[in-house]
Design a protein around this ligand. Structure first.
Ligand code: FAD
Length: 646
């Protein structure tokens, strides 16, 4: 049996971004001894990068705002494929979560009369994003970290040990969720610095590992986004929901090549920035889809007036949901009206005085100055689409965040599916993290308490298999067994091939033959990844870490490609050139991915021999009182005849 450090906890949270920290705080406050594990340093999660703000209908900037309007915007943005109960809970609870952050010490920007300031963002009817300049995520994480430290101080006073009830294991990677009789029994992982293995035994595990962007070549995502949580769930027997929906943010940097993909926050457009093509035309007016026609300005004059008088004018089309803007930019570039480096122009310099730009968008000012030598107070930025967010994720129960099919497993944040439907509105992620992070921590703690005394036991055999799997890259040459036999492979080469495949064949615009080609390539890469070999030893060895992450990226990429091939319509973050329209019958269909044996029926745990199997599921009808929030004419655009009749 492998020698590993073992500890017992009530709840283990995998991930220390906004969702993970909020879950950990809740679980600890409800009495559960809680451990948090993260790949990076504590306080360094991807959430730190969030710029624009957190969406919550607090009605500080426009008194007409309320949770019902926020719910409507979220459902429209997601093209009605959202798990509506999640969208409802999110819209109702987001304001409380923001105020709560403030009581924990968050310092938001203020309105003139001293309330939390709220800014405009795409798809939100009213100014709704609470923000701290363009560094909102940093403040969110700082506040949650501070709250954790204060809870640890309370514990120290009572028990003499800061970490007796809440402990953070930083720079550690979880590679397996362990189970006994179908229920969660703990997690297996390794310390990134020493390479030592460890097991945390716990009846409840919350997955809060964020997204999958590192499977794509051009992305705004950080190195941590290798789809680990999605794969952990899949390997543990929990299905993934609607993985075809990947958001390409319209405005990433396109130049210089070394920084291609880095995000240019939507606040630039929210604060008045306009998009122009190489002819100087504000082209977004040509791209307002029918479903949004009534809500958006038809002329530049009306769009410009909206910034001063939103009650009597319609918003400019630069503020359409992200999927619409990304597709429009893609078309402009493809039709030869792009900027010199293959993007379009985003101009804020002609819209605001330099000092206002520097005050409202300080990170953007520095980002362009330092990385591209562009002064955004004097010239336009060049921008283009970048892989940004995954709407698909672990299928969860709306109220409890419990993952389907695996008792004891919970998921929150970007790794969880359903909340955003086919497309997320900007600002709705930070609020999602807090609303569902709290719910996941709460229900995980309750579940663990119910199991007190009869906890699942960690099986030694599972620890041995997890350790053998993690060590395989050190003996890649010995891997001659079918079906994966062949020479060792370089994990970096495999990663590059994967990123190129996903970018070129399952990217922003999708076509059937290309996705079939992608699936063939992914199958080949999955076999070759089995032989991903590394040299050296387990002490901080990034090649080894990547070799292990590849398993996750490949599984998740296959889910994206399979689901994208199956869904023969275009909706939100999924655009099929061969099926350009939104099809109302598809609104009723969720696609679930599972890892199964070759018969497609039994759950599998082997990432090479297991196969991704797709199943269709009918979505739950939207509750009548929620449907009543929309005009009938609008519903006709989304719902099927059958649903309308019902
Ligand atoms: P994260 O914050 O990414 O945390 C994931 C955690 O999981 C990390 O601690 C990581 O180390 C850990 N982890 C991952 N795998 C493992 C593993 N195997 N073992 C152990 N730990 C693991 N959204 C908004 O609402 N508003 C914005 O203004 C906004 N701006 C953005 C700007 C940028 C540049 C980007 C990229 C995104 C932005 N988003 C924004 C989206 C938002 O930031 C993310 O969706 C959100 O932060 C995800 O939070 P999370 O808690 O789910 O995951």
């Amino acid at each position: 049996m492998s020698v590993v450090d073992r500890q017992e906890w009530d709840v283990v949270v995998v991930g220390a971004g906004g969702a993970g920290l909020r879950a950990a705080i809740e679980a600890r406050e409800r009495g559960a001894r809680t451990a948090v594990i993260c790949k990076s340093l504590f306080g360094k999660a991807h959430t730190v990068m969030a710029e624009g703000g957190i969406a919550a209908a607090m009605a500080n900037a426009n008194e007409n705002d309320n949770w019902q309007v926020h719910f409507r915007d979220t459902m429209r943005g997601g093209k009605f494929l959202n798990q509506w109960r999640m969208a409802e809970l999110h819209a109702q609870e987001a304001p409380q979560r923001v105020w709560e952050l403030e009581t924990w010490g968050a310092l938001f920007d203020r309105t003139k009369d001293g309330r939390i300031s709220q800014r405009n963002f795409g798809g939100h009817e009213y100014p709704r994003l609470a923000h701290v300049g363009d560094r909102t995520g940093l403040e969110l994480i700082r506040t949650l970290q501070q709250k954790i430290v204060s809870l640890q101080q309370e514990d120290h006073e009572e028990t003499g040990d800061y970490e007796s009830r809440l402990k953070v294991f930083q720079e550690c990677t979880v590679t397996r969720v362990l189970k006994e009789d179908g229920r969660v029994s703990g997690v297996f992982g390794y310390e990134r610095e020493s390479g030592r293995f460890f097991v945390l035994e716990a009846p409840a595990v919350v997955i809060a590992t964020g997204g999958i962007g590192k499977s794509f070549k051009v992305t705004s995502n950080s190195w941590e986004y290798t789809g680990d949580g999605h794969a952990l769930a899949l390997l543990a027997g929990a299905p993934l929901l609607n993985m075809e929906f990947v958001q390409f943010h319209p405005t990433g940097m396109v130049w210089p090549p070394s920084v291609k993909g880095i995000l240019v926050t939507e606040s630039v457009r929210g604060d008045g920035g306009v998009l122009r093509n190489s002819d100087g035309k504000r082209f977004m007016f040509d791209y307002i889809p029918d479903v949004f026609k009534e809500k958006y300005a038809e002329t530049e004059e009306e769009g410009d007036r909206w910034y001063e008088d939103p009650d009597h004018n319609r918003r400019p089309p630069e503020l359409l949901p992200r999927d619409e803007v990304a597709r429009a930019i893609n078309t402009e570039v493809k039709e030869g009206r792009g900027s010199p480096h293959g993007g379009v122009f985003l101009d804020v310099s002609t819209r605001m005085p330099a000092e206002v730009i520097k005050r409202r968008l300080p990170s953007m000012y520095h980002q362009f100055k330092e990385l591209a030598d562009v002064d955004i107070t004097a010239e336009a930025m060049e921008v283009g689409p970048t892989c940004h967010y995954v709407m698909g994720g672990i299928a969860v129960e709306s109220d409890t965040a419990a993952a389907r099919g695996v008792p004891g497993l919970y998921a929150a944040g970007e790794v969880a599916g359903g909340m955003h439907g086919s497309n997320r509105l900007g600002g709705n992620s930070l609020s999602d993290l807090l609303v569902f992070g709290r719910r996941a921590g709460w229900h995980a703690a309750e579940y663990a308490a119910e199991l007190a005394g009869v906890r699942p036991v960690v099986d030694d055999g599972q620890i041995d298999s997890a350790a053998a799997e993690a060590l395989r890259p050190f003996s890649a040459e010995a891997e001659i067994e079918e079906p994966a036999g062949g020479p060792p492979e370089n994990p970096y080469t495999l990663h590059q091939e994967l990123q190129q495949t996903m970018n070129d064949l399952v990217g922003i615009i999708r076509r059937e033959p290309e996705m079939e080609q992608a699936l063939q390539k992914l199958a080949e890469l999955r076999l070759r990844a089995r032989r991903a070999g590394v040299e050296g030893h387990r002490q901080f060895n990034p090649g080894w870490h990547l070799a292990l992450d590849l398993r996750n990226m490949l599984l998740v990429s296959e889910c994206v490609a399979r689901a994208a091939l199956e869904r023969t319509e275009s909706r939100g973050g999924h655009t099929r050139e061969d099926h350009p329209g939104m099809d109302r019958t598809w609104r009723r269909i969720n696609l679930l991915c599972a890892l199964t044996d070759p018969t497609g029926t039994l759950a599998a745990t082997d990432p090479v021999r297991g196969q991704i199997t797709l199943a269709r599921e009918t979505t739950e009808p939207v509750r009548a009182d929620l449907l009543a929030l929309f005009d009938k004419e609008e519903l006709v655009k989304y719902l099927s005849e059958e649903e309308l009749y019902e």
